[in-house]
Design a protein around this ligand. Structure first.
Ligand SMILES: [Zn+2]
Length: 60
C-alpha cells in the first residue's frame, strides 16, 4: 500500500460526511466547486443554489 494511501481514502470520505454534518448554504457561495449529482446535473459542494446542467469545464 502506498505511503499516503490513507490520506486519499480519508479525503475521499470527508465530503459526504461534511455534507451530513454541515448542510449546504442557502445562498450562492460565490465560488462553486462542482460535482456530478446525476446525468446532466452538476451541483456545488458548498451551496444549494449551485446547480447546472452543463459540464463545469465547458462554457456556461
Ligand atoms: Zn456554490
Amino acid at each position: 500500500m502506498g505511503r499516503y494511501r490513507w490520506r486519499t481514502t480519508l479525503r475521499s470520505a470527508l465530503p459526504a460526511r461534511c455534507m451530513t454534518l454541515l448542510p449546504k448554504g442557502s445562498h450562492d457561495c460565490g465560488d462553486h466547486d462542482w460535482y456530478k449529482s446525476a446525468e446532466n446535473l452538476y451541483r456545488c459542494y458548498h451551496c444549494r443554489p449551485g446547480a447546472r446542467t452543463s459540464p463545469p469545464d465547458s462554457a456556461a
